[in-house]
Write a protein that binds this ligand. Structure first.
Ligand SMILES: Nc1ncnc2c1ncn2[C@@H]1O[C@H](COP(=O)(O)OP(=O)(O)OP(=O)(O)O)[C@@H](O)[C@H]1O
Ligand SMILES: [Mg+2]
Length: 332
């Protein structure tokens, strides 16, 4: 998708850095991430555990962990969020920006009906609405996330719902106040593969119906195929590749992205061994010199050990590797 330079995107993050204090020293878990998403667009953020996906996106909307230092910029509809007051941020998050947290299944209240929980979310931001009105809206929302018999389901408790159904309830609550931006952190991790695909369908159908900007955070690049428009690949707190989803799968230009693609299980091939990228990402504060990926890179060259590669643009495709394969589909 062509990015209109005249118009500011719905949500954009510029050189975002998040650091934690350890033994009197700050260590960056997020090391200058830039990305953007527009209305009706799905941005996938993918990377291994600990790469800074959650901390980065939470910090961008003012939900950084205590004692974290946040630098850079995160703009939503032209407003700067970094440094905004907690009160203003809370108002924005309840209405215009919604978040589905990692491990959301445990955040439903077991002793309240599903309908009452959705209604509570609605009433919090619409204090003048009647309780009955909020319950009617809860039924509509359950229908929106494709829960069958929503008028019956609305009076049930979370334990009467399957994992996939509970995740739909979380999505219904997230969109209850008609947000512009929805950030879903690992929305399908706890679910089996078939249910994962259904949840991704629900989410991506909402971005069309509600004209949402949607950010999908995942460690599984496979779930983004067919669902994201663009993908940002994150390694050790940095974006190492960003591209249109089809271009990323067709011509991945960073060795880390190629590793992630190779580790996606292929359902059509029966095998008991799955490729995985050797080694593990460096822990916080233990970054190697040069390119952060070099100790695990199958194509490592001497320069990679000493010089950190900058993110370079090849048209709409960008990659941070000295030896990035220039995509043939790019203008550069
Ligand atoms: N409150 C905190 N205090 C100190 N360090 C933290 C804190 N929260 C996260 N970190 C560190 O920041 C880094 C990024 O963590 P983050 O949770 O963003 O990773 P992630 O990409 O979301 O991983 P996962 O896929 O496991 O959810 C990790 O090294 C983590 O240990
Ligand atoms: Mg996370």
């Amino acid at each position: 998708m062509r990015h209109d330079m005249q118009k500011e995107p719905l949500f954009s993050v510029q050189d975002l850095r998040v650091a934690f204090l350890r033994n009197g020293e700050y260590f960056e878990a997020v090391r200058g991430i830039s990305l953007h998403v527009d209305h009706g667009e799905v941005l996938g953020i993918v990377g291994e555990s600990g790469s800074g996906k959650s901390v980065g996106m939470l910090s961008a909307i003012g939900l950084q962990p205590k004692l974290a230092r946040v630098q850079g910029s995160a703009r939503f509809k032209g407003q700067e969020l970094v440094g905004m007051s907690r009160r203003e941020l809370r108002t924005l998050r309840g209405s215009r920006i919604a978040m589905i947290f990692q491990d959301p299944l445990s955040s439903l209240n077991p002793v309240m009906t599903v309908g009452a929980q959705i209604a509570e979310t609605i009433l919090l931001h619409n204090p003048h609405m009647s309780k009955r009105g909020a319950m009617e809206r809860a039924v509509e929302l359950l229908a929106l996330v494709a829960i069958p018999q929503p008028d019956r389901r609305v009076t049930q408790f979370p334990h009467e719902f399957s994992g996939g159904m509970r995740q739909r309830v979380m999505i219904a609550m997230a969109v209850a106040n008609d947000p512009d931006l929805l950030i879903a952190d690992e929305p399908t991790t706890a679910l089996d593969v078939t249910v994962q695909a259904q949840i991704m369908d629900v989410l991506t159908s909402l971005r069309k119906r509600l004209n949402l900007g949607l950010i999908l955070i995942t460690h599984d690049l496979g779930v983004l195929a067919g669902h994201a428009d663009r993908v940002a690949v994150v390694y050790s707190g940095e974006v190492v590749e960003q591209a249109n989803v089809d271009a990323l799968f067709a011509e991945p230009s960073h060795p880390y992205t190629r590793g992630l693609i190779a580790s996606i299980p292929d359902m059509s091939i029966e095998t008991d061994r799955l490729f995985s990228i050797e080694g593990a990402p460096p822990p916080l504060g233990k970054l190697p010199g040069g390119c952060a990926f070099h100790p695990r890179c199958p194509q490592v060259h001497p320069i990679c050990r000493t010089l950190a590669p900058q993110l370079r643009n090849f048209g709409d495709h960008s990659a941070a590797c000295h030896f990035a394969r220039i995509p043939t589909g790019s203008a550069a």
